[in-house]
Design a protein around this ligand. Structure first.
Ligand code: OGA
Ligand code: ZN
Ligand code: ZN
Length: 405
């Protein structure tokens, strides 16, 4: 429809027909030598004009003037391309003129394949879900010193964490600042009510369940926060010589997908029943009363899992839902907990290990252990948020292979 007029090729400037009269959406088709034509909605092109009136290069951002009185009926009057310079020119019905470089257009082509490429290669890597029975294929080791000194090692660690939700860092020094140094390589730590770093060890009279030597069943950290920390880092400083203190880990997105397929009604109950999560107490001088109401399985607008909330000790005794929703939720939750156990893996970290995992996706726990004066277990914990991790990942990737913006 918008084929270049071959007679104009000699002068590089090719006049194209007006956009297809489809009204909604009106599509501008842009020929690209050696590839499929690119496609763009006309109003999107007008909104994303790159001229000085419409765009501020120093902040890489759109200027807002157009939106003071946006003419949604704006249309293309004339369209042409300079094949040699690789530029698209458009004259608009509102009197404006725009030009767009081809390399900028190619990154933003609306074809399904290009949108998919952008989402999985640049926005966020595609997650690969796993059962604990296949943990050996997922388990990957990174070395602390390499992460501190090499950007390419750092990129691989964060990429692995994004795709599989878990990565093990080894050979970290037995020092208190390991998590800070690692977090600072990514960006910065996420502070919570337990501080920037917290010590997990058996403490008599502990006010947090994790600070006992008892078994800690599979859970996510801090489900009682609206903005819960995205990535958990656990540094083993001292490990109990008793048979206990073994780490448990399961991919709860994998479990959720199993439920979606095999137990659709129970899956729906876990997605739709809001649950009250709570952490009430104090840490040091800070007194807190954190509560948040949200389902166990949280989906995005397209129905994909984006967050799991689960912690038996931190589920409130308040359950603010109509009575008839209660029993179906318990039945669904019993299935979820059983499947998570069945598909969990177990291993025992040793001093110098830093276990890193996606706290929105994985559930983790530990078996109980003996804690005596001569047999101590001491884990340091900290968090980094996913926004910070993904940002670092894109910056590192752009440094080697420039892509968007
Ligand atoms: C926690 C926790 C794990 C461990 O404190 O939330 O998950 O191995 N600890 O003690
Ligand atoms: Zn403009
Ligand atoms: Zn935990």
């Amino acid at each position: 429809m918008f084929q270049a007029d071959r007679r104009d090729l000699a002068c590089h400037l090719i006049r194209l027909d007006s956009p297809k009269e489809l009204d909604h959406p009106r599509v501008v088709q842009v020929p690209d030598p050696d590839r499929q034509d690119m496609q763009f909605p006309d109003i999107w092109l007008r909104d994303n004009c790159r001229c000085k009136e419409c765009y501020l290069p120093q902040t890489l951002s759109r200027l807002p003037q157009l939106w003071n009185n946006l003419d949604t009926s704006v249309r293309v009057l004339r369209q042409s391309v300079d094949v040699e310079q690789q530029v698209l020119y458009i004259e608009w019905s509102d009197g404006h003129a725009s030009q767009y470089p081809y390399n900028w257009l190619r990154e933003r082509d609306f074809s399904a394949a290009n949108r998919q490429r952008y989402l999985s290669e640049f926005y966020r890597p595609e997650q690969k879900l796993w059962s604990g029975q296949n943990f050996e294929e997922v388990r990957r080791v990174f070395y602390f010193q390499e992460l501190i000194t090499s950007d390419s090692a750092l990129l691989q660690w964060l990429q692995h964490l994004a795709v599989y939700g878990v990565a093990l860092v080894k050979e970290a020094p037995l020092e208190m600042d390991v998590l800070r140094r690692l977090s600072n390589r990514v960006g910065f730590m996420r502070r919570t009510t337990y501080g920037e770093e917290f010590s997990v060890r058996a403490q008599p009279g502990a006010s947090n369940y994790a600070y006992l030597a008892a078994p800690l069943p599979l859970h996510t950290d801090m489900p009682y926060f609206e903005y819960l920390p995205g990535v958990t880092l656990l540094h083993t400083l001292e490990q109990s010589a008793s048979p206990g203190g073994v780490n448990l880990l399961a991919d709860a997105f994998y479990v959720a997908e199993m439920m979606r397929e095999r137990h659709p009604n129970q899956f729906r109950a876990l997605c739709q029943t809001p649950v009250d999560w709570a952490d009430i107490g104090s840490d040091g001088d800070l007194q807190f009363h954190n509560i948040w109401q949200a389902p166990v399985i949280n989906l995005d607008a397209e129905g994909r899992c984006v967050r799991i909330n689960h912690s038996i000790p931190q589920r409130d005794s308040h359950f603010s839902v109509p009575m008839e929703q209660v029993r179906p939720w318990y039945e669904a939750m019993a299935t979820f907990v059983g499947l998570a156990q069945e598909h969990s893996c177990r291993f025992k970290t040793t001093p110098g290990d830093v276990l890193t995992f996606d706290n929105l996706r994985l559930v983790h726990g530990r078996t109980g252990y003996d804690d005596t004066d001569r047999n101590v277990r001491h884990i340091l914990g900290a968090f980094v948020d996913w926004d910070i991790v993904y940002s670092r990942l894109r910056v590192l990737r752009n440094a080697t292979a420039p892509g968007a913006p």
